[in-house]
Design a protein around this ligand. Structure first.
Ligand code: ATP
Length: 299
């Protein structure tokens, strides 16, 4: 694991100097420690990503764990491809994502971006290319504008860009109803800010991911608080608006898998199936059985 609480403390100071009053500080991917960057300052290979991300015989074991959480995983993600990673709770989906974005160092195997080993890529370059939103992304008690722009602060006054992305995530209608619009301070009734529902917060999270305009977008269950219809609407829109980007979605709601190019199925740390929705349904394996049980549930 490449960060620690003390490092998050340093990061916290950095953020407060940018946004006075920031309260929650665990948006570790965008604000990860500076030390790692210093350590890797000699890694000046520019990150070119035109072809593929290749995961090769990847295994990962958490410190103090007696077993591998990821076991000999190999697959490719082509530039521009949309991938869904699915599997039961604890299958290893988030761990795999954290390895791909360089938050966790692999213990065995390789992750290659256009043939360059991830350890040889300056983390700064990697973070510019990737926009990652996790289920527990940070809900800052700051204005809507700051919550959206926090991953691309240089564009904080770019209203044209903000207006465009809020439409793509359907949060524009909410913002238009608020007297202070983008300047509305978010928070709780207790803290005095505007309260948002879990689903509205998740739309803010998606808007933040889009605003960064990275080439690679990773969503780790950021829509779990939305009802199934709202989730499928927003994700469909999201997929259309990011059609040229490489995207990886982790989701337990399999409806969206019909819209992605390829599905990776993990089970107990192993990759057990991959293919598109029709191929995996024809296989009548784990995916088909998960999909069928969800369809029975919703109908
Ligand atoms: P979910 O669908 O519940 O989010 P997941 O497929 O994303 O699950 P992971 O979160 O990657 O699964 O977890 C895979 C396994 O690794 C689980 O057994 C989990 O308990 C273990 N694990 C996760 N994080 C840690 C950690 N920091 N230290 C030790 N073990 C961990």
């Amino acid at each position: 694991i490449t960060f620690s609480l003390s490092m998050i403390g340093e990061v916290a100071q950095g953020i407060s100097s940018i946004f006075e009053g920031a309260i929650y500080i665990n948006d570790y991917y965008d604000f990860i420690n500076q030390e790692e960057e210093k350590l890797n300052a000699y890694l000046n290979n520019p990150l070119i990503f035109k072809k593929e991300i290749k995961v090769e015989n990847l295994s990962f074991q958490y410190p103090h764990s007696d077993r591998k959480t990821l076991d000999n995983i190999s697959f490719k993600i082509k530039c521009g491809e949309k991938i869904a990673i699915v599997g039961k709770n604890g299958a290893g989906k988030s761990t795999l994502i954290n390895c791909i974005i360089g938050l966790y160092k692999t213990t065995e195997g390789k992750i290659l971006y256009d043939g360059v080993h991830i350890n040889q890529i300056n983390p700064l370059y990697l973070r510019k290319k990737i926009s990652a939103i996790f289920q527990d992304f940070v809900r800052y008690q700051l204005s809507i504008r700051k919550n959206i722009c926090i991953s691309d602060i240089e564009n904080i006054d770019n209203d044209e860009k903000i207006n465009r992305v809020v439409k793509e995530t359907d949060i524009n209608s909410l913002i238009e109803k608020l007297i202070h619009g983008y300047e509305t301070e978010l928070g709780t009734a207790f803290s005095g800010g505007q309260e948002l529902s879990g689903g509205q917060w998740q739309k803010i999270g998606l808007t933040r991911a889009l605003f960064k305009e990275s080439e690679i977008i990773i969503l780790d269950e950021p829509t779990a608080a939305l009802d199934p219809i709202a989730e499928s609407d927003i994700l469909s829109k999201f997929i259309k608006s990011t059609k040229d980007k490489t995207s990886i979605f982790i989701t337990h709601r399999l409806g969206i898998c019909k819209e992605v190019d390829r599905i990776i199925v993990l089970d107990n740390g192993r990759l057990i199936e991959q293919g598109n929705h029709n191929e995996l349904m024809a296989l009548k394996g784990e995916y088909a059985s998960m999909f069928k049980s969800q369809s029975d549930w919703y109908h």
